[in-house]
Design a protein around this ligand. Structure first.
Ligand SMILES: C[S@@+](CC[C@H](N)C(=O)[O-])C[C@H]1O[C@@H](n2cnc3c(N)ncnc32)[C@H](O)[C@@H]1O
Length: 373
């Protein structure tokens, strides 16, 4: 709602979501469950070419008693002529980079996107996957078309042989082949087809499809301020357009293995809600809300995401504000409540502190904003 619908809390019609390449059901189950929990009139369409994955996804939805999911076994490329859609929200995570022609896949999705709808996507990140593609190439040179167990054996033997100079061996962020058994190793090194992207390539892919990116998440990863404190460099970076700042952040981080982002039609002027707007309603992500509520004044938030350690000092009023966030009160109401016991509270100072708090917490995906309903 924050990144695609400008924080809108309600929806003018039944909410229709598509999970394109739904796999074993993570996004389908999550979306369908949240929509059901919120009592939203909704339907989630799951589409995948794999019968085996669909069976797992269906069983998961069944276990939860979800009745708002429709399963289809089909290619997302066939969506435009399927009679499905238009969709308010399309989730397509980890799918387009496996297609022969990712642009054709994205074009098919855009054909079934509602005019005011949006997409949430994940594509592999090139720099964070440093070392993966030379390994894929070597495995394929050694064993181009053997059966899967043999190719897995080839890959394991090769991994044991790698010299210390090898980029995969030197990349501490890629761990799937070590930590996720045969499935992780197969997905990383033996996949029939995958490619990775940098930020400008994603911007081009989206631009060519008639889309505009509204956010990369988590935002702190794509904010040069996370990495650069030198004042001269920071001032120069501040002057760059947003997408260039994101591209710079990816280059300097070096560890981003995936890019998760939201996009809407280029013609859709929607923007995430502004933290400086006193009428917005702040919300904390469930998992962080309780931990943050116990924090001392003057704390710093610190979290490691995608290998990047993000540290942000919190403003003096952080604890007082967080204690009052209940997903219903507006920023203005929170300010008034604090002012009731703090008569010298300066309105401008409060607003600045709220924006700083929002920037720190939203940067990690811990705070979002909604419009009051
Ligand atoms: C890496 S999985 C991602 C699954 C899911 N989106 C997730 O994030 O857990 C990629 C999925 O895309 C599916 N897929 C590949 N090509 C497809 C196509 N042309 N149409 C629909 N699904 C496709 C695969 O079967 C697989 O389930």
């Amino acid at each position: 709602m924050h990144y695609v619908f400008g924080g809108a809390g309600d929806h003018p019609r039944p909410f229709r979501a598509l999970v394109a390449g739904g796999g074993t059901g993570d996004a389908t189950v999550m979306l369908a469950q949240h929509l059901a929990d919120c009592g939203v009139d909704s339907e989630v369409a799951y589409v995948d070419v794999s019968e085996a994955s669909r069976a797992i996804a269906e069983a998961r939805a069944h276990t939860r008693g979800l009745t708002n999911v429709r399963f289809q076994t089909m290619s997302l490329l066939d969506l435009p002529d399927s009679g499905l859609g238009p969709f308010d929200y399309i989730d397509c995570c980890g799918v387009l980079h496996h297609l022969d022609d990712p642009a054709a896949g994205l074009a098919a999705l855009v054909r079934v996107l509602a005019d005011d709808g949006g997409l949430g996507m994940m594509l592999y990140g090139e720099l964070g996957r440093t070392g993966v593609y030379p390994m894929q190439q070597m495995v394929s040179m050694l064993n181009p078309d053997g059966p899967a167990p043999e190719r897995l054996d080839t890959a394991r033997r090769l991994l044991r042989t790698l010299p210390d100079t090898n980029w995969l061996k030197r990349n501490p962020f890629v761990r799937a082949h070590v930590e996720q058994g045969d499935a992780g190793l197969y997905d990383l090194l033996l996949h029939a087809r995958d490619r990775a992207y940098r930020v400008p390539e994603i911007a081009d892919l989206c631009g060519d499809a008639g889309l505009r990116i509204t956010a990369f998440v988590e935002p702190a990863l794509y904010d040069p301020a996370t990495y650069v404190s030198d004042p001269r460099l920071a001032a120069r970076l501040d002057s760059l357009p947003w997408l260039e700042r994101c591209a710079f952040a990816e280059l300097i981080a070096g560890s981003l293995q995936t890019h998760v982002f939201y996009a809407v039609r280029s013609t859709n002027p929607v923007a995430p809600p502004e933290p400086g707007d006193p009428s917005v309603v702040p919300r904390l992500r469930d998992s962080e809300g309780a931990a943050l509520a116990g924090m001392e004044p003057g704390s710093t938030v610190k979290a490691t995401v995608s290998g990047v350690t993000v540290r942000r000092p919190l403003p003096p009023l952080a604890a007082a504000i967080i204690k009052r966030i209940d997903s219903r009160r507006t920023v203005a109401e929170i300010q008034a409540d604090i002012a009731a016991t703090n008569p010298h509270l300066d309105g401008e100072a409060f607003r600045k502190q709220f924006v700083d708090l929002y920037t720190a917490l939203n940067g990690l995906g811990w705070m979002h904003l909604a419009r009051a309903t």
